[in-house]
Design a protein around this ligand. Structure first.
Ligand SMILES: Cc1cc2nc3c(=O)[nH]c(=O)nc-3n(C[C@H](O)[C@H](O)[C@H](O)COP(=O)(O)OP(=O)(O)OC[C@H]3O[C@@H](n4cnc5c(N)ncnc54)[C@H](O)[C@@H]3O)c2cc1C
Length: 341
């Protein structure tokens, strides 16, 4: 079926909407980050900020959304929305958007957020800027401007959606800052009756199997490993433990399952901004660097003095990691041990 692009009358589309992603009422950090940015933009341009919550038992979360920056919250509660279901979520959000007409619609660039955003953009016949790392609104307070890394992070494409509404974007975790909880904030909570026909849902959750998931985007210290470590992360893990640091890896290590995808840093992984990053056995491909370049201090260890990672490092150690890491670990242990006495 082909669709003809119809120009939308943009003047009656108002406000910034943020779809809050949550698991059983625990909202993901990235959703709070997006809401925080929406609040900042709303304050700057006098725009109303609305949060959207879909699921069950959402009273407390709705209040938290107000405390974290929303002026109002649309809450759609329905058994069919308990788990993410593309059929139900797409229908409910499409109905809400068509009724209330937000100018801007923001979602998290997570598995579910990306899935939902693509479907909504098609249903609503509008434009979607995917995987945004910087977000702004033009001075007139109307047009959303999303920046997206291209060609492995070597360029930043600035994208606008001038002729369709809502202007949609998904935002990557770790690139924006959430607002502090302010329990003195007040706002409106609108309960929405959702019309979800039972035959709409074609999939069913039979069993929930918990999987270990980590969020390294907020880590203050990170030890990041690349192919130079081979297939043994023992030294990296020991160093990370001594430094109370999270472990990050390059994509090849996530590909072979040495660490889960949550630990992958880069353009198709997580964006991190730690105070300290120790990067070992990583060549410094643009796809990796784009995810870690905002670290405050970067120390890199690489056997190859020409390695690109050194162009992005504050301290460059040209050496075999198998020589340096054991010495570093011993020195740290000695220091920790002596201060513990
Ligand atoms: C569309 C696309 C998306 C991508 N997304 C990502 C992404 O999100 N994240 C990501 O990381 N990659 C991503 N990649 C892959 C990326 O382009 C690189 O291939 C990858 O980052 C290289 O990983 P690496 O540095 O571990 O391995 P290599 O490039 O093989 O580098 C290994 C390094 O280890 C050094 N070394 C070897 N032995 C030692 C030793 N004993 N001591 C010290 N140093 C040593 C070598 O000198 C070398 O510099 C993507 C690629 C594509 C095409």
């Amino acid at each position: 079926m082909s669709k003809t692009k119809k120009p939308t009358n943009t003047t009656d589309w108002k406000g910034i909407w943020v779809i809050l992603e949550h698991a059983k009422g625990k909202v993901s950090g990235v959703s709070w980050e997006i809401l925080g940015k929406a609040r900042e933009l709303g304050d700057r341009y006098g725009i109303r900020v609305s949060a959207v919550l879909l699921g069950t038992n959402l009273d407390e979360v709705a209040k938290e959304a107000i405390y974290r920056g929303a002026d109002e919250v649309y809450v759609a509660e329905h058994e069919a929305l308990m788990h993410y279901s593309w059929e139900a979520h797409t229908k409910v959000v499409t109905d809400l958007v068509e009724k209330y007409r937000p100018n801007i619609l923001l979602l998290a660039a997570t598995h579910n957020g990306r899935d939902l955003a693509g479907r909504l953009a098609v249903r609503l016949n509008t434009g979607l800027t995917a995987d945004v790392v910087e977000l702004d609104i033009e001075p007139e307070g109307e047009l959303l401007v999303g920046s997206v890394p291209g060609f492995g992070g070597s360029i930043l494409a600035v994208i606008k959606c001038e002729h369709s509404r809502p202007q949609m974007a998904t935002i990557r975790p770790g690139v924006l800052i959430a607002q502090e909880l302010d329990t003195s904030r007040t706002g409106e909570i609108h309960k929405i009756a959702s019309d979800i026909p039972p035959n709409l849902i074609t999939t069913q959750v039979l069993q929930e199997i918990p999987v270990e998931s980590v969020d390294i985007s907020k880590a203050k210290r990170i030890v990041a490993a690349g192919r130079g470590v081979g297939t043994n992360l023992e030294l990296v893990e020991e160093l990370a433990e001594l430094l109370d640091a999270a472990i990050g890896v390059t994509r090849p290590l996530a590909d072979i399952g040495l660490k889960s995808r949550d630990h992958q840093i880069g353009s198709t992984g997580v964006t991190v901004r730690p105070k300290l990053a120790i990067i070992v056995g990583v060549s410094g491909a643009a796809h990796f660097v784009s995810g870690i370049q905002d670290a405050e201090t970067i120390i890199s260890i690489n056997i190859d003095e020409e390695a690109l990672i050194f162009d992005h490092s504050d301290y460059c150690v040209v050496a075999d990691l198998n020589d340096v890491l054991p010495e570093l670990i011993e020195a740290l242990k000695a220091r920790l041990y002596s201060t513990a006495k």
